[in-house]
Design a protein around this ligand. Structure first.
Ligand SMILES: Nc1ncnc2c1ncn2[C@@H]1O[C@H](COP(=O)(O)OP(=O)(O)OP(=O)(O)O)[C@@H](O)[C@H]1O
Length: 236
């Protein structure tokens, strides 16, 4: 099956800093991928280049068989790739329902599986806060709303960068429950999170970045057994 997203030989520079050194990444329909690596190894840069926020200096990004190496973020979104960046991005002056509704859009193939009602079904907490303004929500609720807004675009791929960052343990557990529920609906996911054990437990496959190079790419269950390797690339 042709991958939904295929990045090949990506190089990215920020000015004179060479950040990604020939990275390959594939995301197939329905699969869940973890992107692992210590701070500053290039995970967000890889995601930002797939999303069209950063232009690669070399290499190619193919989405649904189309060359999307120079695509703009809204074009990538229209191809069915949704991104929840670090730091959220919801409308503070709109309430929960309005935040969801303004994001609503049919998917690439016209699907409308995700509606306000189906999103609220997996986010009971948001259901309770429907009339609250974005700025009245807790950090965890804002994060849930950001994920909910991404689902309202009916994506085939959902990219979550540090979705649990700065949240309380109970809320983090709720976010992982939501990630599992989304995965079960068949939406492909690409997940970056500091808790690599959780990432390994919630994904099919993991890719490990070390200084902008892919040093490991294998099944999450197999990688979880490789404690020496995990300590080497991810241990503190
Ligand atoms: N806009 C930018 N301009 C210059 N350098 C940047 C920029 N964004 C990131 N960098 C640098 O690029 C490198 C990779 O950063 P990136 O955010 O991709 O890493 P990461 O693996 O996602 O780590 P983190 O978990 O800390 O976000 C880092 O050295 C970072 O300082």
């Amino acid at each position: 099956m042709t991958p939904l997203v295929q990045a090949s030989g990506l190089h990215v520079h920020y000015g004179a800093s060479h950040i990604l050194h020939g990275v390959d990444l594939q995301i197939r329909a329905g699969e869940s991928i973890g992107l692992l690596g210590r701070n500053g190894m290039g995970k967000s840069t890889l995601i930002r280049s797939i999303m069209g926020h950063v232009a690669p200096t070399e290499g190619q990004i193919i989405i649904r068989g189309r060359d999307s190496t120079r695509a703009r973020p809204h074009q990538v979104a229209r191809l069915g790739v949704a991104y929840v960046p670090e730091g959220r991005g919801i409308f503070p002056n709109l309430d929960v329902r309005e935040n969801l509704l303004v994001a609503a859009r049919p998917g690439y193939d016209g699907r409308r599986d995700w509606t306000c009602a189906s999103v609220l079904q997996i986010f009971p907490r948001l259901q309770e806060r429907l009339g609250h303004g974005g700025q009245q929500l807790s950090g965890g609720e804002q994060q849930m709303l950001a994920i909910g807004r991404a689902l309202m675009t009916n994506p085939d791929v959902l990219i979550l960068d540090e979705a649990t960052e700065g949240l309380a343990p109970l809320v983090i557990a709720e976010i992982w429950r939501i990630i599992r529920a989304i995965r079960e609906t068949g939406v492909a996911t690409l997940i970056v999170d500091r808790n690599y054990r959780k990432v390994l437990a919630h994904t099919d496959r993991c890719v490990v970045l070390e200084k902008g190079i892919v040093v490991e790419a294998r099944d999450s269950a197999a990688l979880a057994q490789q404690s020496a390797l995990l300590t080497r690339f991810l241990g503190v």
